[in-house]
Design a protein around this ligand. Structure first.
Ligand SMILES: CSC[C@H]1O[C@H](OP(=O)(O)O)[C@H](O)[C@@H]1O
Ligand SMILES: Nc1ncnc2[nH]cnc12
Length: 282
């Protein structure tokens, strides 16, 4: 198996990366079902990384339907320890304009509890801290890559995750602004929290596609798609800067899942074995 430590999870509008060579496609099985797609082994300037389209090829999983557990588990099983998430977001503050990138560092979970959100359940009880859901050294490296790519970008900000797939009402949008959130999306929870449970470094590049409806009359997919085309070009430039750096100088971080599991080992069932082996692997 290739020794690849870095993966990109591509969100809306980022289903593949033109000009980046796909070398192989890997089918990975997990105890949680299939990931969104076969995982692509890609290369930029001789530096290998994995790529996974979050919503599947052709965008057929809604934010609520994405199998986040299978996606994170599959990447960890392949040996990945560093995840770069690329996500489309709406802006909740004037300063984050469409086409800007925001290197978020906090998440507010406003989903409705419908998503499978933990590896630690059904007989395994475990708890991890989400005080720092983003690996800050990775976030800074990604911010620097955005700068080198010439993309207007912001270091820090909170991402509020709603269930979707509908966008927010104006009343909701104003409440989220009041929370101090910078941007709004529908996917990074539970994805970021599962990466934390799996002891992986995670950081999101949030690409602003629109001002949410606190400011705009409305928000349509058509308008978002237009901005997405430009964001896609910026994302490609960003990837070409970020990947060689992350491959050549791997992010150093301390996984925070070592002491997560509380359940006595005598109670672990055979099917827990693979889950714990992969999730807790250093
Ligand atoms: C029409 S864009 C809305 C869609 O895009 C974002 O997904 P992702 O994070 O995968 O880029 C947002 O959360 C919504 O799911
Ligand atoms: N305004 C918005 N609300 C939620 N998710 C989004 N993704 C892109 N724009 C969004």
């Amino acid at each position: 198996m290739a020794d690849i430590k870095v993966a990109i999870i591509g969100g809306s509008g980022i289903y593949k990366l033109d000009a980046i060579k796909v070398k192989n496609q890997v089918k990975v099985t997990t105890p949680f079902g299939s990931p969104s797609a076969d995982i692509m082994e890609c290369e930029v300037d001789g530096n290998s990384f994995y790529f996974l389209p979050r919503h599947g090829h052709g965008h057929h999983f809604t934010p609520s339907e994405v199998n986040y557990r299978a996606n994170i588990f599959a990447l960890k099983k392949l040996g990945v320890n560093t995840i770069v998430s690329i996500s489309a977001v709406g802006s909740l503050q004037e300063e984050y304009a469409p086409k800007h990138f925001v290197l978020v560092d906090q998440f507010i979970d406003w989903t409705k509890g419908l998503r499978k959100r933990t590896f630690f359940d059904e007989g395994i009880v475990g708890h991890v801290s989400t005080a720092n859901p983003v690996e800050l050294s990775l976030q800074k490296r990604l911010y620097d890559a955005c700068q080198r790519a010439g993309v207007t970008s912001h270091l820090g900000g909170s991402y509020i995750c709603i269930e979707g797939p509908q966008f927010s009402t104006r009343a909701e949008s104003k409440i989220y602004r009041g929370f101090g959130a910078a941007v709004i999306g529908m996917t990074n929870v539970p994805e970021a929290f599962l990466a934390k449970e799996a002891g992986m470094a995670y950081s999101t590049v949030a690409m602003v596609t629109d001002y949410d409806c606190w400011k705009e009359e409305h928000c349509t997919v058509q308008e978002i798609m237009d901005v997405m085309k430009s964001n896609y070009i910026s994302a490609q430039k960003f990837v070409k800067e970020a990947i060689p750096d992350l491959v050549k100088n791997p992010v150093k971080f301390v996984p925070e899942n070592e002491y997560a599991v509380m359940t006595d080992a005598s109670l672990h069932k055979p099917h827990h074995k693979e889950i714990l082996e992969v999730v807790l692997k250093k």
